[in-house]
Design a protein around this ligand. Structure first.
Ligand SMILES: [Zn+2]
Ligand SMILES: [Zn+2]
Length: 91
């Protein structure tokens, strides 16, 4: 598959399944904001409301950290790391 084709698929996914502009999607999923992994980066909604597509509600996470943030046991730890890295606002 050519790079161009992959780009097209990503653009399509960003705009149809996530309903966000591709440029923003690209920026957020550039790398995992915890470990910096940049091959596979998934979009995570901080408040888990997939309709809340404001920029500060979304972070990019690698499959590992994404699974962890949805896991009861690791959730707090990952959220703390995001806060420490100023990826999410403390309140
Ligand atoms: Zn990661
Ligand atoms: Zn998620």
């Amino acid at each position: 598959m050519s790079v161009n084709r992959i780009e097209q698929i990503k653009k399509h996914n960003a705009e149809t399944s996530h309903n966000i502009p591709y440029d923003l999607y690209k920026k957020i999923t550039e790398k995992c904001c915890i470990c910096g992994f940049d091959f596979i980066v998934e979009l995570h909604h901080i408040d888990e409301n997939h309709n809340n597509n404001s920029e500060n509600n979304m972070v990019g996470l690698c499959p590992n950290h994404h699974a962890m943030i949805h896991h009861r046991e690791f959730r707090k730890q990952i959220l703390k790391e995001l806060m420490d890295k100023n990826q999410i606002q403390q309140n």
